[in-house]
Design a protein around this ligand. Structure first.
Ligand code: PAZ
Length: 344
């Protein structure tokens, strides 16, 4: 997406604001996956994204290129329609942006469903760092802006990869901000990708909120502290388990890799296995908040295998995604062969 046509998700959609003169909002009932999509309005820009995604998929499918959907970054849960406050999470999108680069290097086309303004493939090397981007620049003797000599060697490598992806239309950026936008956009992209069946891979690295505030309970305007005796009590509902719909009906032939994040190492494997049992997909990559940049665990129904960077690799600044992605691609290849044997 480029120029004026670019979709922005970080501006709240006040068009959907509901008149909330009622003193009490109706209590929301727990919502299952299908009802979520029935009871909530889709984001207004979705048709534009649908066209972009369909064009991207057709283009690469004709060239027999595999396509991966990488989700990345954290979702927000707005507490107001004209959003002043929202609940957020820690994810900066490092896993997603870095993984996308390694998929691109391995010949995949990438749909990058990401939190708007989180890290992006390639630019991540220079954005969100403790350096201001101007620190990479210097002024030449004849008054021109140049890249500082110290960064030239590394930057030219990143720049070439970035240009390659751009010039070959290999990377489609699709933004979200709220969990609501995420769910609708994921569903849309999954249904578009299902057309290419086993050649599609889902790599779900986004940190998706487990709780949300149903639209029927979101106040239109900024919550006033005087009205509730100075307290804010937020009553959130569980986010519907969209992964079951993804596996069962949105993209049943494609390979699905989800991530499981925990902070307590003693429950990580159990939770990852639980997710596999519940959703019946192919692979969960488990990671701990504290060590996610150095080790992850591949959990399938009958195996668990840690993938770790050695100390030397950590010191050399190697990305753990350079180990993760080739492993995932191997599994995707076997999954494609298996599905072909089954005539799918
Ligand atoms: O964005 P980041 O690189 O800081 O973190 C990546 C991550 C921990 C969010 C990701 O690896 C992950 O585990 N995502 C799924 C989180 C979950 O819903 O359990």
């Amino acid at each position: 997406m480029s120029g004026d046509k670019r979709v922005h998700t970080s501006v709240p959609d006040t068009e959907t604001a509901i008149d909330r003169n009622l003193p009490e909002f109706p209590a929301a009932k727990p919502i299952d996956e299908d009802n979520y999509f029935r009871l909530h309005k889709p984001p207004p820009y979705l048709s534009q994204i649908s066209r972009d995604v369909a064009d991207f998929i057709n283009y690469h499918h004709l060239q027999k290129r595999k396509i991966v959907l990488v989700t990345s970054g954290g979702t927000t849960v707005p507490l107001e329609n004209n959003t002043v406050r929202f609940i957020d999470n820690f994810s900066a999108g490092t896993r997603g942006a870095t993984s996308a680069e390694y998929f691109l290097e391995n010949g995949y086309a990438v749909v990058f469903l990401h939190r708007e303004f989180s890290l992006l493939p390639y630019s991540r090397h220079y954005s969100h760092t403790t350096n201001c981007f101007l620190d990479y620049m210097t002024e030449s003797e004849d008054g021109k802006v140049e890249v500082n000599a110290e960064f030239q060697k590394e930057m030219i490598v990143v720049l070439r990869k970035y240009r390659h992806a751009q010039n070959n239309n290999l990377l489609l950026l699709v933004p979200f901000t709220t969990v609501h936008q995420y769910l609708f956009t994921l569903k849309l992209i999954a249904q578009e990708l299902s057309v290419i069946g086993s050649d599609a891979l889902f790599y779900l690295a986004a940190a998706v909120s487990d709780f949300f505030l149903p639209s029927s309970r979101v106040p239109e305007h900024k919550i006033q502290s005087q009205e509730s005796g100075g307290k804010l009590v937020v009553d959130l509902e569980p986010v519907p388990k969209f992964l079951s719909r993804l596996v069962d009906s949105w993209a049943p032939i494609s390979m699905i890799v989800s991530f499981k994040l925990e902070t307590d190492s003693s429950i990580l494997i159990k939770k990852a296995k639980g997710a596999l049992e519940r959703y019946n997909h192919q692979l969960v990559i488990g990671n701990l908040l504290q060590s996610r940049k150095y080790e992850v665990v591949f959990v399938t129904k009958d195996s668990e295998r840690w993938v770790r960077l050695s100390k030397d690799q950590v010191d050399a600044g190697i990305d753990i995604e350079s180990l993760i992605i080739p492993e995932v691609i191997k599994l995707h290849k076997s999954s494609i062969e298996e599905k072909k044997k089954m005539g799918l």
